[in-house]
Write a protein that binds this ligand. Sequence first.
Ligand SMILES: Nc1ncnc2c1ncn2[C@@H]1O[C@H](COP(=O)(O)OP(=O)(O)OP(=O)(O)O)[C@@H](O)[C@H]1O
Ligand SMILES: [Mg+2]
Length: 392
Amino acid sequence: MTDNRCSVLIVDDESGSRQLLRLILQDKYRLSFASSGKMALEAAQSVKPDLILLDIIMPEMDGYETCKRLKTIPATSDVPVIFISALTDITEKVNAFNSGAVDYVCKPFQSDEVISRIETHLKLYNLQRHLEKQVEMEVNKRRMDEQMLIQQSKMAAMGEMIGAIAHQWKQPLNSLGLIVQDVEDAFEAGEVDKEYLKQFSNQCMGLITLMSHTVNDFQNFLKPSDKKDIFDVTGAFYEVVNLFSDLLKKDDIYVRINTPETCRCYTTGYRNELKQVILNLINNSRDAINGRRKKGAAVTEDGWITIDIKDVEMKVVVHICDNGGGIADNVIDKVFEAYVTTKGEGGTGIGLYMSKAIIENKMNGKISASNIEGGARFVIELPLVKPDGEIQ
Ligand SMILES: Nc1ncnc2c1ncn2[C@@H]1O[C@H](COP(=O)(O)OP(=O)(O)OP(=O)(O)O)[C@@H](O)[C@H]1O
Ligand SMILES: [Mg+2]
């Protein structure tokens, strides 16, 4: 049968005191005993008691010292200690609390008093352990949720990427097909000579190189940046826009980047993560523009996404505006929260949540959203640094 009673370690150098406490407590608790400070330290680590009753005056190591040491050992540091002593002086009590005890009982004691104090502190201790466990579980759960979100957003970006590669491959693949088909006709017509073969192989290799560059570009796109970099924000925007603008053109959506000639927009942080943010914002604008068209509004109107990059008062400030009709009133105050989406199955609602985490937690910046005439505007602010990394 398992004994579910709480366990109490009794530490006293006098066997009479130990016997007395045994009589009072043995029915209610599992007891173990130590007759010196040194033995108490060992017993506390092997027995792992729920509470310790500790005498103060003991030879070699007194109760205060024993208590202080118990508090420095991880396995015993949070076990409540109650002093039991004949010393009644107020300074002794202060010393007891200073050494880490939770309570103090004077000898000679009433058995009821000892039991009720033990009960109170066991309850408090259990409550504290329970709360700590709950907090730990909550923290673990959040960590797992966070990991899942990061994973999901990576998968989403991966999907985008595959779409873009497929799109960029379509044309060279078609051309390759045509060139290869032509060989047979040319052979029949007696046109295949050394010159023809040379041209054939040049054309094929040109197209293949183009296709492999596309793959390289996209492969680099998602690699997490492992260290902070100093980089030109404008360059990061151009890179994303260049990779995806073809795909957007298909939907009659045009992206323009405006930046003053004199703008020096270096920041410090994680370049690839910023590119992921840019992609999230562009995709949201694309969804908004296409969504608006589906509703029949101004179907013929071109979609546009305008990106303005400036350096303003020690900050790089980027405005990303579109003509997708703006953010819906019912979500505008919470678009940066996880799982907020108006796209049903078509969205997970983590794009902006991740974007905010990247900009604000990893890059020391700020991101905000508002509506403008006919569309939405996102503003990103990042710290401006000199190209050598010095903060301006
Ligand atoms: N440019 C925009 N124009 C209009 N509404 C927008 C725009 N950007 C975001 N929103 C609104 O904010 C919501 C949250 O955006 P978020 O990027 O976090 O999630 P999502 O796009 O719905 O899903 P995903 O996780 O696939 O990105 C969107 O569902 C949309 O309603
Ligand atoms: Mg999104």
